[in-house]
Write a protein that binds this ligand. Structure first.
Ligand SMILES: Nc1ncnc2c1ncn2[C@@H]1O[C@H](COP(=O)(O)OP(=O)(O)OP(=O)(O)O)[C@@H](O)[C@H]1O
Ligand code: SF4
Ligand SMILES: [Mg+2]
Length: 364
């Protein structure tokens, strides 16, 4: 196994083929990432009575210059993955390697140096910007932590440059967040994310709080910046259409685990996991002819609590194909045997014992 320490197949093996892309070394390797939040009882003794299994064994690669989309319903662990990647949370177990170096165990200066290269853009431009700070101070704040990137005398020039890069007037440097629209605020958030010239940006629902008309502009800006600065993105959203538009590869998450991962075409046109198929079948289709042709799947029941996830396959309580095996054995995230040779578009990793290709959205 090329990556040694994990139970998850390494990149390049048939089992993990579609969890990675290309032949270059990944810029980020995530292996068996786990984050459990303790559930405690009692005010003084705070006895642990269980754990919220927010992330429970997530593995994927991110390659230079690519966008990996992560989709899934509310509470499936997307933001927790994002926070683990940028170091806002510490993993309970698992590895995050940046350019081959394990950053999940780093601390102090070494961690700080690496973290400079992995920045986050947050969902809500209304609450993530401090209303009492000027835009100049907000965008320049990362320089306080990393003065080596911009000496004090040079900061305002750099901030003006960043405003220009994200399509805002550099003259707005002394304004406050409330003087901007939602889309403009998200541009400010993106400028702050770019301040340290990172290589990776983890964008957690960056357009979800914006009007639909503004979403496309912000997505286009992110794409333009990606080319300009050779950025790699982890782009998180629950809107499957937005994710399809921006992503090279897509990972579908369910209750703390990945259900399926592959190229945008593999996931949208050739999904093999029942959960992906159900999610896709709920995506609105504007064309009435396409609507009548499509295969609709209604998901039964609610998402179970991550404090008490089902045994075996976590999707089994809502899956119309579930059998006894699904309750007993966790389906590994691998290319299903029948799709390996010859490898067609269905030949991507899917965590289902009974993976089957089924097209649910009309072809583009
Ligand atoms: N600090 C925390 N303490 C305890 N539980 C947490 C904490 N942070 C997240 N959780 C729980 O972990 C699970 C995953 O949460 P997370 O925010 O990662 O989901 P998400 O996929 O980003 O959801 P959304 O689409 O609503 O943003 C949820 O059940 C959530 O309640
Ligand atoms: S492993 Fe079983 S329960 Fe899980 S998605 Fe596949 S068929 Fe459904
Ligand atoms: Mg979230």
């Amino acid at each position: 196994m090329a990556h040694g320490d994990s139970g998850t197949p390494a990149v390049g093996t048939p089992a993990a083929g579609a969890a990675s892309a290309g032949t270059t070394e990944p810029i980020l390797e995530v292996r068996d990432l786990v984050k459990h939040f303790p559930l405690t009882r009692g005010v003084l003794l705070r006895k642990q009575v269980g754990a919220v299994q927010a992330v429970d064994g997530v593995s994927f690669d991110l390659h230079q210059g690519e966008t990996l989309g992560i989709v899934g319903e509310s509470g499936c662990g997307k933001s927790t993955v994002a926070k683990l990647l940028v170091g806002l949370e510490r993993p309970t177990a698992g590895r995050i390697r940046y350019r081959g170096e394990d950053i999940s165990t780093l601390s102090g200066r070494a961690l700080k140096a690496v973290r400079r290269n992995i920045q986050m853009v947050f969902q809500d431009p209304y609450t993530s910007l401090n209303p009492r700070m000027t835009v100049g101070d907000i965008i320049g704040e990362p320089y306080e932590i990393h003065p080596e990137v911009a000496p004090k005398g040079d900061r305002r020039r750099k901030v003006r440059e960043l405003l220009d890069v994200v399509g805002l007037n550099p003259e707005y440097i002394n304004r406050y967040p409330h003087q901007f629209s939602g889309g403009q605020r998200q541009r400010i958030g993106i400028a702050r994310g770019l301040a340290l010239r990172p290589e990776i940006i983890v964008a957690d629902e960056p357009v979800s709080a914006l009007d639909v008309s503004v979403q496309a502009q912000v997505v286009n800006l992110l794409e333009q910046l990606q080319h300009e600065f050779d950025l790699s993105y982890v782009f998180i959203a629950h809107d499957l259409s937005v994710v399809r538009h921006i992503s090279d590869r897509v990972a579908v998450m369910y209750l703390g685990r990945l259900a399926e991962i592959g190229t945008e075409d593999q996931i949208y046109e050739h999904p093999t996991h029942p959960y992906t198929q159900a999610l896709l079948s709920a995506v609105p289709v504007p064309d009435p002819d396409a609507r009548t042709q499509r295969d609709r799947i209604l998901l039964a029941g609610d998402v179970p609590s991550p404090a008490h996830p089902p045994s075996g396959c976590r999707f089994r309580t809502r899956c119309w194909k579930a059998q006894q095996l699904c309750a007993e054995v966790v389906p590994p995230l691998e290319v299903p045997a029948e799709f390996r040779e010859p490898a067609g578009p269905a030949g991507h990793a899917s965590a289902c014992h009974f993976a089957q290709e089924r097209q649910v959205v009309p072809s583009e």
